[in-house]
Design a protein around this ligand. Structure first.
Ligand SMILES: [Zn+2]
Ligand SMILES: [Zn+2]
Length: 230
C-alpha cells in the first residue's frame, strides 16, 4: 500500500504526510499545481540523495524563470521517510492526468555541456585544453572512455539523458551548464528531476521548455530550478 502511494508518477494527486495541507505559492498565495512525485529511494538514478521521496509543485501564474528567481512559484517537498503517507486530494479533478513511468536504472553520463563539471575524470581524457572549442572535435575519445565506463552500453553517452530523468545528470536542452550551487555550501547541486516535453505530462514550460530540478546533497532543503527552451 505504502509502495503504491509513493510510486513515481506525473499528475494525479500527490502523496503527503498525514496532516500536511495543499501547498500555496509563496509568490501569489494561490494554490500550487502538482506536477510529479518520485520514489527516489527506488527510482532515483545512481548517486541517490539522502531522501526517499519527494513531490514537486509549480505555479503557472508566477511562472518563475529559474535563473531570475530562486524563491517563489514552485516547491519541492522532500522526505527521508513518510510515517503516515496519505493521498492529498485537492478539488475534484487533478490538474494533470495521472501517468506512470518505469525507470531505466542505468549509469547516467553527463552530456557535452556538463562533462567538465560532472565528470572531470572523463573530461580530462579529451585531448587539448579541456573545454576548448578544439576539444569538441574529439568526441570519439570521450565516446570510447564512456563505453569503458558503461561496459559498452552507451554508444552516445551525451544523448543518454535526453528524456525524462529521475536523477543522474542533466542534459541541457539549449545553452550552457546552469547547474545551481547551494547557497550554504557553495557546491553544485545534484539533479533531482528533468522534464522535457514528454507524453508523461501535459505540464509545459514555454513552447519547448525543459525543466530541471536540483537539490544539494548535504542541505536537502536547498533546491534549485532551471528551465531551458529550445
Ligand atoms: Zn504563484
Ligand atoms: Zn549545500
Amino acid at each position: 500500500m505504502t509502495q503504491e502511494l509513493v510510486a513515481t508518477r506525473f499528475g494525479g494527486f500527490p502523496t503527503a504526510e498525514e496532516g500536511e495541507t495543499w501547498p500555496l505559492c509563496d509568490g501569489c498565495a494561490d494554490d500550487l499545481t502538482f506536477v510529479a512525485q518520485v520514489d527516489h529511494s527506488r527510482d532515483g538514478l545512481h548517486d541517490r540523495l539522502p531522501i526517499s521521496f519527494f513531490t514537486f509543485f509549480y505555479c503557472w501564474k508566477c511562472h518563475p524563470w529559474g535563473r531570475r528567481r530562486e524563491l517563489g512559484g514552485w516547491l519541492v517537498r522532500s522526505y527521508t521517510a513518510l510515517r503516515h503517507p496519505k493521498v492529498l486530494v485537492h478539488g475534484t479533478e487533478p490538474d494533470f492526468e495521472e501517468c506512470h513511468a518505469v525507470p531505466r536504472l542505468e549509469k547516467s553520463l553527463p552530456d557535452a555541456v556538463g562533462m567538465c563539471l560532472h565528470c572531470p575524470e572523463l573530461w580530462d581524457l579529451v585531448p587539448g585544453d579541456s573545454g576548448s572549442p578544439e576539444a569538441w572535435a574529439n568526441w570519439r575519445v570521450v565516446d570510447r572512455a564512456a563505453l569503458g565506463l558503461t561496459q559498452g552500453r552507451a554508444r552516445a553517452p551525451h544523448m543518454r539523458n535526453v528524456a525524462v530523468a529521475l536523477g543522474g545528470y542533466p542534459h541541457w536542452a539549449n545553452g550552457g551548464d546552469e547547474t545551481p550551487v547551494c547557497t550554504q555550501c557553495i557546491l553544485p547541486m545534484e539533479l533531482l528531476l528533468q522534464i522535457p516535453p514528454s507524453e508523461l505530462t501535459d505540464a509545459m514550460w514555454g513552447d519547448v521548455g525543459t525543466l530541471y530540478l536540483f537539490m544539494c546533497r548535504v542541505h536537502t532543503q536547498q533546491t534549485g530550478l532551471r528551465i531551458q527552451c529550445t
